[in-house]
Design a binder for this molecule. Structure first.
Ligand code: ZN
Length: 300
């Protein structure tokens, strides 16, 4: 048994059965594995329509809220055998934040004089603060107003100290956001969300018509090839995406993909999107789904 599992009482939490893929609505899925990297009994399923991997049954939102507020950082620290908390992640995320800034900068400069930024799942706000500082201090001082949404009040407290606006909760519960944003970022977060289509649709409606949306994924195919299935599944990722499957989901919701890039290191892939009308996705995912299935079944 993994020595970290005592840090969170997973088996006694409230569970929810996900009957349909939250990306495409299909109920055609293949159960691929029944453990996660920490050693918890987590069942993962590959959607045979859109190629997304999702946990079901999964914990309720209340149990995830408890997990993120009490156990998440301790569990990740134990697994990685080094301390990872709201302080240490600040240094590590500065390099990541710079990578995001460099990727989005050419699409922002000369386009906006003022940025209204929404950072979904932004934790301590390190990326928002970096973007705010860089855009404010360069390019004739673009004025940036930034808001961070996150389930952890502890981490939001740091975001507030850094001069950012804060909202506590999950994006799925913030339907009907009144305010519009011309830059929305979803950094290392989509894999943590419960309802993908709903979340992306909320973001789509919160984005101005000329706005820019940045999203990145942990590329599940990269993880399978480099680390194998067991190390690729984790309780804190109810969903997992590959590069190709993400293209289709974004297009289906109504985003047009302006650019893609490896972010920070090979396992993260970033997509920069603009807003258009929902369109039929271009890509036939048959080969992608077969690739994933083969990697899952034959590469342990
Ligand atoms: Zn699906």
């Amino acid at each position: 048994m993994n020595s970290c599992t005592h840090l969170f009482d997973y088996k006694n939490k409230n569970m929810v059965c996900v009957k349909e893929c939250t990306c495409c609505g299909s109920n055609n899925y293949f159960s691929i594995y029944d453990k996660d990297r920490y050693g918890y009994d987590v069942r993962s399923n590959l959607c045979m329509s859109c190629g997304v991997v999702f946990i079901s049954p999964r914990m309720s939102e209340e149990s995830y809220m408890e997990f993120y507020n009490k156990s998440y950082r301790q569990l990740v620290s134990c697994f990685n055998k080094r301390k990872i908390d709201k302080i240490t992640i600040q240094n590590e995320q500065e390099v990541y934040a710079n990578s995001v800034y460099e990727f989005i900068k050419p699409h922002i400069v000369n386009k906006f004089d003022k940025i209204n930024l929404l950072d979904v799942g932004g934790s301590t706000g390190i990326v928002s603060k970096a973007l705010k500082d860089e855009f404010t201090n360069n390019y004739d001082g673009i004025d940036v107003d930034a808001t961070v949404i996150d389930p952890s009040m502890d981490e939001l407290a740091i975001a507030k100290e850094n001069g950012l606006n804060i909202k506590n909760g999950f994006i799925e519960n913030l339907e009907g956001i009144d305010e519009k944003y011309n830059l929305i970022i979803l950094c290392q977060t989509i894999d943590h969300l419960f309802d993908i289509r709903k979340s992306l649709t909320i973001i789509y409606h919160a984005l101005t018509n000329d706005g820019i949306f940045f999203i990145d994924i942990v590329d599940f195919k990269y993880m399978l090839i480099n680390r194998g299935i067991e190390k690729s599944i984790k309780l804190d990722h109810p969903h997992n995406f590959s590069y190709q499957s993400t293209f289709n989901i974004l297009q289906d919701v109504g985003f047009s993909i302006l650019a893609t890039s490896v972010i920070y290191d090979g396992h993260l892939v970033g997509f920069l999107c603009s807003k258009q009308k929902p369109s039929t996705p271009n890509y036939d995912l048959t080969n992608e789904i077969n690739d994933l299935l083969n990697l899952i079944r034959y590469r342990k």
